[in-house]
Write a protein that binds this ligand. Structure first.
Ligand code: CDP
Length: 248
């Protein structure tokens, strides 16, 4: 059972790394956990999406779909991605690209279709990991992505690896896009996820893979509430274990 009176203010702060496949529900989990326990939530995928938007705006994709790295790399040191609570109080955290709110633009299919080649570039990953590690300096952070438990925070106290079947994930993403008013074919979403899974799991630098010490959650057939209860309990147990260990 989740302890309702769980005291988080004095408890030691930890890092929670939630990795997994596209549309496995990890962002929702991570966001809700962070809100519940008063931690910062960082959507690392949004950061790669912001760089992708930047590259699209500056026409840095060649005709063959490859990235013009000669032009992109010199611009990287001045590229900043940060987060801000929404001004419209919609509860959604907004992603800022060099201070500009790009939350809506980074969720389009155009960005989804270009993000994995951007996320393959070692220098891009290096820059993003540097920013991500800064967000975690004080701990008290829940971060979701592909390489958080393996590369960004290999010493995270709690690591979760989320999986679900490709069709189930595509169905979830298609519904989400429909809700946002984007008229898109299910097959297009399915194809995009399949392609990103392939690129994300086979790239040379920090491929998507479960960290040895991560706990796997296959969430095809469990409810959102069951999933959150499981996660919050795991979080509480982890913090308590650390607290007891530090008292010994
Ligand atoms: O939300 P969705 O599952 O569609 O993906 P995302 O978390 O927004 O991430 C978009 C893309 O960024 C992924 O397909 C990966 O190519 C890349 N990514 C990554 O390489 N490493 C991360 N830590 C997070 C995302």
């Amino acid at each position: 059972m989740v302890k309702e009176d769980f005291e988080i203010t004095d408890a030691p702060k930890i890092i929670v790394a939630i990795d997994g496949y596209s549309s496995s529900g990890k962002s929702t989990m991570a966001r809700e956990l962070a809100k519940r326990v008063g931690y910062i939530y960082i959507d690392s995928g949004a950061m790669y999406r912001a760089v992708t938007l930047f590259a699209l705006r500056h026409s840095l994709f060649k005709a063959d779909g490859k990235v013009d790295t000669d032009k992109l790399l010199p611009l990287l040191p001045n590229l900043n991605v940060s987060f801000q609570a929404s001004a419209s109080q919609d509860g959604v955290q907004h992603t800022l690209l060099n201070g500009e709110d790009v939350e809506k633009e980074i969720r389009t299919m155009e960005v989804s279709n270009h993000v994995s080649p951007i996320a393959e570039i070692p220098e891009v990953r290096h820059r993003m990991v540097e920013l991500q590690q800064r967000f975690g300096q004080e701990k008290g952070v829940v971060m979701d992505g592909r390489d958080i438990g393996t590369t960004v925070f290999p010493h995270a106290e709690l690591k979760i690896f989320v999986t679900a079947g490709l069709h189930e994930r595509a169905r979830r993403r298609w519904r989400e896009l429909q809700h946002k008013g984007l008229d898109i074919r299910f097959e297009e979403v399915l194809e995009n996820l399949g392609k990103r899974d392939r690129i994300d799991t086979t790239r040379k630098v920090s491929p998507l893979k479960k960290a040895d010490d991560a706990i796997t959650l296959a969430n095809d057939a469990i409810t959102h509430e069951e999933q959150m209860e499981w996660l919050i309990k795991l979080f509480q147990d982890t913090v308590e274990k650390i607290e007891n260990g530090s008292r010994d």
